[in-house]
Design a protein around this ligand. Structure first.
Ligand code: GPP
Ligand code: MG
Length: 300
């Protein structure tokens, strides 16, 4: 085998370990209404949570004491679904804003793109090219179909690949991100790949849940979240250590924990959408063991 053969083989193999196969199995099977029903609203399918204040009027059941007629109950459920989607969209917009400024000629890399919503948001905002990578073949196919339906498939592409070993060209990207996908991989390997793909002066952004070193080791709630999603949440310190070792220099860090809690408060009351992890997120944020963080870094 020549070196060129070995390189192209590496890029084509999306999963490398038993763990990665299990993660792919999860996402190939995942059909939670909280993701599909929200996405259906405007064909922006996200796999992350929401931020910002809730419009609590969506929970109104009508006149006190009167039974809620079925049509009104349907209307209420639809309003709750739309409100959760609005908060998730606000999170995606915050991340996309931090990637810029970008031009339509620039290329961005979406590491762990899920069903593709984040790359579409970045493209709509900046007009840029986007490459999304997911370890799930089903998600890559779904996202590709969405881009085709929007007629943006000449600029937004999805790949069934491993974000640690994309096979994409070195220095070809003006910006890259992980939106709640870092907890599936080793940060050293991840940031080495981002640093390789980003051009000098390029921008890296992540929104992530991390455990809080100041609290101690991972709490019971953090362990429950890990078990729920088959992931491995990193401590806050590890992000900065691994970035520093890979030429990624933070320029902005924002604790979004308080901004994340209203989303979970509403989601736990959305009986048509709950998955069972809602109270655990609220407890983890409230006891200080878990933080929702935005980190923006420059590739130097
Ligand atoms: C949400 O995906 C994100 C993850 C699964 C990664 C874990 C994130 C942390 C911050 C710990 P999703 O939108 O598919 O989840 P859900 O189905 O619960 O909405
Ligand atoms: Mg979701």
């Amino acid at each position: 085998m020549t070196i060129a053969d070995a390189e192209s083989t590496a890029a084509q193999i999306p999963t490398q370990s038993t763990y990665q196969h299990r993660v792919a199995d999860y996402w190939n099977a995942e059909e939670n209404p909280v993701n599909l029903e929200l996405g259906k609203i405007d064909d922006l399918y996200h796999h992350h949570y929401g931020i910002g204040e809730v419009d609590w009027s969506v929970l109104d059941t009508g006149p006190e004491g009167a039974p809620e007629p079925p049509s009104r109950a349907d209307h209420r459920r639809a309003r709750i679904t739309a409100e959760l989607h609005r908060l998730e969209q606000a999170q995606a917009d915050l991340l996309a804003t931090r990637l810029g400024p970008l031009t339509p000629e620039d290329r961005v890399f979406d590491a762990g793109c899920g069903r593709g919503g984040g790359s579409v948001v970045a493209h709509l905002r900046h007009g840029c090219f986007a490459d999304g990578v997911t370890i799930s073949g089903k998600q890559a196919d779904f996202a590709t179909e969405q881009a085709r339906k929007r007629r943006i498939d000449h600029k937004v592409r999805y790949h069934h690949r491993n974000m640690l070993d994309t096979g994409f060209p070195t220095g070809a990207y003006a910006a890259s991100w992980n939106n709640e996908s870092t907890m599936y991989v080793e940060l050293e390997l991840l940031f080495a790949e981002h640093a390789r793909l980003l051009r000098r002066g390029g921008r890296y952004v992540t929104i992530t849940g991390c455990y809080n070193d100041a609290y101690g080791r991972a709490s019971r709630e953090v362990s429950l979240i890990n078990a729920h999603y088959i992931c491995d949440i990193h401590p806050r310190s590890e992000y900065f250590r691994a970035m520093a070792r890979n030429r990624l220099v933070p320029v902005h860090v924002q604790d979004l924990t308080a901004a994340a809690m209203p989303y979970w408060d509403l989601r736990k009351q959305a009986e048509h959408l709950v998955t069972g992890i809602e109270e655990t997120f609220l407890a983890a944020y409230a006891n200080g063991s878990f933080q929702y963080l935005l980190i923006v870094a420059d590739r130097v």
